[in-house]
Design a protein around this ligand. Sequence first.
Ligand code: PSU
Ligand code: MN
Length: 304
Amino acid sequence: MTAPLTFSPEVQDALSAGAPVVALESTIITHGMPYPQNLDMARQVEQVIRDNGAVPATIAVMGGRIHVGLTDEALETLAQTPPDQAMKLSRADLAVCLANGRTGATTVAATMICAHLAGIRVFATGGIGGVHRGAETSFDISADLQELAQTPVTVVAAGAKAILDLPKTWEVLETLGVPVIAYGQDDLPAFWSRASGIKAPLRMDSADQIAAAATMRARLGLKGGQLVANPIPQDAEITADVIGPVIEQALSEAEARRIAAKEVTPFLLQRIFELTEGRSLASNIALVLNNARLGAQIAIAMTR
Ligand code: PSU
Ligand code: MN
């Protein structure tokens, strides 16, 4: 009995040859961005990984199988699937979705699980889930954090999404023993902004160092992955003074409308997109591409 994995020919060839592969998630496509920008982003991000010498493996669940590497047709179908028709898959939902033959988009947590099953050690995305503001009453803490603590995949993100309670998110990661590594700066990045005012627990300045740390973690028998927090490129950033009030407004609307559980993150991202007239989406795409580039470099370093 093995996991129901279906590899695209490109990913299959790369993995058999020991060539660098970077996993990509699909919730960002179905629940994180509107069509058609989501499709455009998904294609661009794959291209950036190829241009940087690695092979992209976008992961999604369709027809009872975990697909590792999607055809352009599958990517298009997924991008056009309304959020209420694709399950948003975390660790809790993955097996149910597969067993019932439903379509599902993988979050950071589920993508890590699938990447690990497929033998992929690096994964690039936008921002991880984390501790939501008000978690002291809602208990809303993303399963992404637990996953980083147990599954050996290096995740490249632009930090945790700034809609979250960032200090609490970093505290939980520390408790869980997850290395949080700021890339090329001392400060932890805050998704749409380069700076958060919070000093990162760890800093690294090269893909080689990040790859070496992942290998050492395995040699020590320590379970879990690493989070690489890669700041958004300067020309794409929205500084905290601009994005902050927008986040506040989106959060109070979510509260007034009693948005809860899995709907919270998609609702906030959509409202922030509307309130910034698309600027937040342009930044989100820029940071994903930037993370894909670093992800490719790390995957290459890991094959050396
Ligand atoms: N990064 C983005 N956009 C997104 C996400 C990440 O730029 O939509 C998704 C990821 O799939 C992440 C999920 O795992 O949001 C977190 O959702 P929640 O807060 O419900 O755990
Ligand atoms: Mn949640």
